[in-house]
Design a protein around this ligand. Structure first.
Ligand SMILES: Nc1nc2c(ncn2[C@@H]2O[C@H](COP(=O)(O)OP(=O)(O)O)[C@@H](O)[C@H]2O)c(=O)[nH]1
Ligand SMILES: [Mg+2]
Length: 199
């Protein structure tokens, strides 16, 4: 649900980074926040934390430097992470409300495969309870932690996590070194801009 502000001629799109605990969602957001290029006239928002007890939901807004004017509207992106632990499922559901695009940050390590699959399933369920279908929401997958010793081959991850009717773009990541972070973000923003341009 894109937010259209006719007074300021802004279109606001919400991107949620979803995935199991410790897969690197917060690291992705921190890297984007630290390194994203924005126009001088529109500084990026502060990284804001919506504190739950021990895990955090983070978000910030920015206007990309590159021209992203859609039908005369400037496009602002709001990036959110969800708390990783299953006990915060209520929060994760709230964060998904009004989502326009999703980055699913998977942990490449073999031992995390069960958690990856389970979290993907919970995400689909949480969307359903908000009357949203994954099929209608642009999303990409990031296979993060490619630098770890027991990282599964990408072909395996693709087979396990990207085997739905529509095969979505995926990226390999080493988020703490900012590898794959902007490739992932650029793709989801491109997909969203494409979607709203063609409306
Ligand atoms: N080795 C490795 N560690 C990573 C990578 N990305 C994130 N981390 C680390 O993994 C831990 C969990 O990351 P975090 O972003 O907090 O995960 P979140 O729970 O999904 O938000 C932190 O210690 C990060 O520094 C990566 O690509 N490789
Ligand atoms: Mg986090």
């Amino acid at each position: 649900m894109a937010i259209i502000n006719r007074a300021t001629k802004e279109l606001q799109l919400k991107i949620v980074y979803y995935g199991p605990a410790k897969s690197g969602k917060t690291t992705n957001l921190e890297q984007v926040h630290a390194n994203v290029q924005v126009p001088d006239s529109a500084p990026k928002g502060k990284m804001t934390s919506l504190a739950t007890s021990s895990d955090r939901t983070l978000f910030f807004d920015f206007f990309p430097l590159e021209a992203t004017t859609i039908k005369g509207f400037k496009t602002k992106f709001s990036l959110f992470t969800v708390p990783g632990q299953v006990i915060y499922n209520a929060t994760r559901q709230i964060v998904l409300r009004g989502v326009d695009g999703i980055v699913f940050v998977a942990d490449s390590q073999y031992e995390k495969m069960g958690e990856n699959i389970e979290t993907f399933g919970h995400m689909t369920d949480n969307l359903k309870s908000l009357n949203l279908n994954l099929e209608d929401i642009p999303y990409v997958i990031q296979y993060n932690k490619r630098d770890t010793e027991d990282a599964a081959p990408v072909e395996y991850l693709e087979y396990v996590l990207n085997n739905r009717e529509v095969h979505v773009p995926y990226f390999e990541g080493v988020a703490n070194k900012c590898e794959g972070v902007f490739e992932t973000l650029n793709m989801i923003t491109k997909m969203l801009i494409h979607k709203y341009l063609n409306k």
